[in-house]
Design a protein. Structure first.
Length: 197
């Protein structure tokens, strides 16, 4: 796997190398960010942060769902609908995903339930510029946002991850080519035990 960006927050190590790599101050800031829906100051090191043409420069959308989730869906990044509401997976694709979860008997809410679902994105902000909506994140942006996925992993411990797209596959395995991996089960390098597929 390639090295992560050198712009990571202080104390954050290479992908999968160090657990609880956040300082006490960073942990407090991240918890406040989740509670209040604000953008962490650590984002200043991200390549997206410096882009002055962004339509939504202050957006940052955390994952949502059951804290006791057994299944986690991992998408690419929030769309415009998600940015406006500060909730991931509420746009068109999110509505389809919610219907699929509910039809499978999975609770798609923030309630604690043993059959819960947690949904989140690899990148936490939308990258839209004038004339171009929902630009895909670069590899450096995916790697930078991995620190937020690692933080989510301190309180969400699903048994199964379902990756939705190339960026999610890159985040979890360091690979791209989602079509080749469709329907496959594999172990995550980020967390040693749970299967992912």
């Amino acid at each position: 796997m390639t090295e992560r960006s050198s712009n990571l927050a202080p104390g954050v190590e290479k992908h999968g190398e160090k657990k609880n790599a956040f300082s006490a101050e960073q942990l407090i800031e991240l918890r406040v960010s989740i509670r209040e829906g604000t953008k962490p100051s650590m984002c200043k090191g991200c390549p997206r942060y410096e882009n002055k043409n962004q339509l939504y420069p202050d957006n940052f959308v955390w994952g949502r769902g059951s804290p006791d989730a057994t299944i986690e869906y991992l998408g690419r990044d929030p769309g415009v609908d998600e940015v406006r509401s500060n909730k991931c997976f509420i746009g068109g694709a999110g509505r389809v995903q919610a219907k699929l979860c509910i039809s499978a008997g999975l609770h798609f809410s923030t309630q604690t339930t043993p059959e819960g679902v947690y949904i989140t994105n690899v990148c936490k902000c939308n990258h839209s510029t004038k004339g171009r909506n929902n630009l895909p994140p670069s590899k450096a942006e995916v790697e930078f946002c991995q620190q937020y996925r690692d933080f989510e992993g301190t309180y969400i411990h699903p048994n199964v991850w379902i990756v939705l797209g190339n960026e999610a596959l890159l985040s979890e395995l360091g690979n791209t080519g989602i079509t080749e991996w469709r329907g496959s089960l594999f172990k995550s390098k980020r967390v040693p035990n749970p299967p992912i597929g």
